[in-house]
Design a protein around this ligand. Structure first.
Ligand code: MSP
Length: 527
């Protein structure tokens, strides 16, 4: 029992996870998609003043990794060390991902807890020995049901032949959890999202569950089964546990209580069942709380098929960031695609959005406004007078509505909707500046009117920097600096979403200076 001396329990963090990625190959933009979305979500929640834990990492056991290592003449550990440092961590850096933790399944902090977990489940009678025959896809690291296979017996995700496997394995009695799972879906409609994913999971479980094998004995690259080292724990069973291990399960009860359950597990739709069926059943067996939401995002397609390295359709994220920068990358994927649905990347639409929305609408607005303050007011932001009425008052109330809407949509993982709302405001401010034509007011010597417009425009830019910071931290930091906002308001990352709409925060007298262009014009066509 906690006593008063223990002090208040630490505030529960907003805990977001990505899948942990297989390191058999280098990342492509399909992998980066989920990671960017999680980064935006967690940056947004940080700006809501919440304590956030954002976890990502790598999945390093199993047959697929073993085969990749052998192909490259390395031991599996050498191979995974090499891939993590040379490819996966650099991907995070290239995309400005601010993860709080990075877990590797070959680390002791993970492997030791996997052993503890299964010793406990074994002792609780949650493991039995049996034999299994089925069709295995090594790329998915998953058995497939006959009904799932494509014509010719191919895996529906990879389009590759599956292998018939017959093994004596240890089993986890998944089938006994079907009823409890269905009750959980029923009483927690937010557990699996979006709706289409929820329907798929519910009908899958209603169709009846089979027990699942939790060990393999035909190779040894994995965590040895504690009571029978001739088996290793099945890679998926090992991988799912990363989420609680990183949260401090079994080592740091206080941190665990302040972190778990996860608020959002972000997953691709191909790995939904592992997260929405097997994982919650494992947690139920161990008496642990279930994640609040498993959100399945769609796939990035190329020619109508899932982009993949295996099919040589994978584009490395750096190929895009090298040309457009990380901010534009982050913006594009969240604005262009609807998060729960499939979508396609194209260089043309990327270039088009870059030019029209980022360089023209947002970047140009910022440089126009800053240039006018520099030119007409000698870099000193004027007092805007009464901003509560007229067109300035209308801008302020538009901002209030946008802030509420964007918050609701970002929190619901509707990134496309949230960005559309903020960019509607950007358009509105552009329209305002064009219509009020400060250059005409300057020429006419209408100082009071000019001050009102310059102030309202700069104040709108302040709000845009705050509202877009989660998506485009680099450009927004430049804008924040050029508005001279920091001395009075503090660092951009500390600006709260709930007060962003309070009009009049930029102080008159702020020093506005021309900074770097936010989105430079593209010199040459991409690709
Ligand atoms: N290691 C497992 C996950 C274990 S989580 C406990 C795995 N790894 S993976 O590297 O194959 O895939 C990781 C994630 O990338 C999955 O969510 C998958 O859906 C996602 N994507 C891989 N290709 C993708 C696209 N083309 N489009 C969108 N996401 C895709 O599965």
């Amino acid at each position: 029992m906690p006593t008063e001396q223990d002090g208040p329990a630490a505030e529960k963090a907003f805990f977001v996870t990505t899948p942990i990625y297989y390191v058999n190959d280098v990342p492509h933009i399909g992998h980066a998609y989920t990671t960017v979305a999680g980064d935006v979500l967690t940056r947004w929640h940080r700006q809501k003043g919440e304590r956030v834990v954002y976890l990502t990492g790598t999945d390093e056991h199993g047959e697929k990794i073993l085969a990749a290592a052998a192909e490259h003449g390395m031991s599996p550990q050498e191979w995974t060390d090499h891939m993590v440092e040379s490819a996966w961590k650099p991907m995070l850096a290239a995309l400005d991902i601010a993860n709080d933790d990075f877990i590797r399944t070959t680390s002791a902090r993970h492997e030791d807890r996997v052993r503890d977990f299964w010793i406990a489940l074994h002792e609780a009678g949650q493991v039995y020995k049996g034999s299994y025959t089925g069709s295995y896809c090594v790329s998915c690291e998953e058995f497939k049901l006959p009904s799932e296979l494509l014509e010719g017996g191919l895996c529906p995700v990879h389009g590759r032949p599956v292998r018939e496997i017959s093994e004596d394995n240890y089993f986890f009695p998944l089938s006994t959890y079907a009823q409890r799972l269905l009750e959980h879906y029923e009483t927690h409609p937010e557990f699996v999202q979006p709706e289409s994913a929820r329907n798929e999971v519910v009908s899958f479980v209603r169709g009846g569950l089979q027990d699942i094998s939790m060990s393999r004995s035909s190779f040894d690259w994995g965590v040895p089964v504690p009571w029978d080292p001739s088996h290793v724990i099945y890679v998926w069973i090992d991988a799912l546990q990363n989420y609680i291990n990183a949260a401090g399960w079994g080592t740091d009860p206080e941190r665990f209580a302040a972190t778990w359950p996860a608020d959002v597990h972000l997953v691709g739709k191909d790995i939904l069942r592992f997260h929405a069926v097997i994982w919650p059943a494992m947690l139920m067996a161990a008496g642990l709380g279930l994640p609040r939401t498993v959100f399945a995002n769609g796939w990035l397609l190329v020619g109508g098929e899932k982009m993949s390295k295996t099919k040589l359709t994978g584009i490395p994220p750096q190929q895009i960031t090298d040309h457009f920068g990380s901010d534009a990358y982050r913006y594009y994927f969240l604005r262009e695609l609807s998060f729960g649905q499939d979508g396609s990347f194209s260089w043309e639409s990327m270039a088009q959005r870059y030019t029209s929305e980022l360089a023209n609408d947002f970047g140009n607005l910022a440089s126009r406004v800053v240039a006018m303050v520099v030119r007409y007011r000698d870099s000193v932001l004027p007092d805007g007078g009464d901003q509560s009425v007229g067109e300035e008052g209308a801008l302020a109330s538009a901002l209030s509505a946008v802030a509420v809407r964007a918050d609701k949509l970002f929190c619901a993982l509707d990134f496309q909707g949230a960005l559309t709302a903020v960019f509607d405001f950007v358009k509105q401010v552009n329209g305002y500046v064009t219509e009020r034509a400060p250059w005409v007011l300057a020429k006419a010597g209408d100082d009071a009117a000019l001050d009102r417009v310059l102030y309202a425009s700069a104040e709108s830019l302040r709000a845009m920097a705050v509202l877009l910071n989660a998506v485009m931290p680099r450009a927004c930091a430049k804008l924040w600096a050029s508005l001279g906002a920091e001395p009075a308001l503090g660092p951009l990352a500390d600006q709260r979403i709930d007060s962003v709409a309070r009009w009049g925060q930029l102080p008159a007298e702020a020093r506005v200076t021309r900074g770097e262009v936010l989105f430079p014009r593209l010199e040459e066509p991409a690709s």
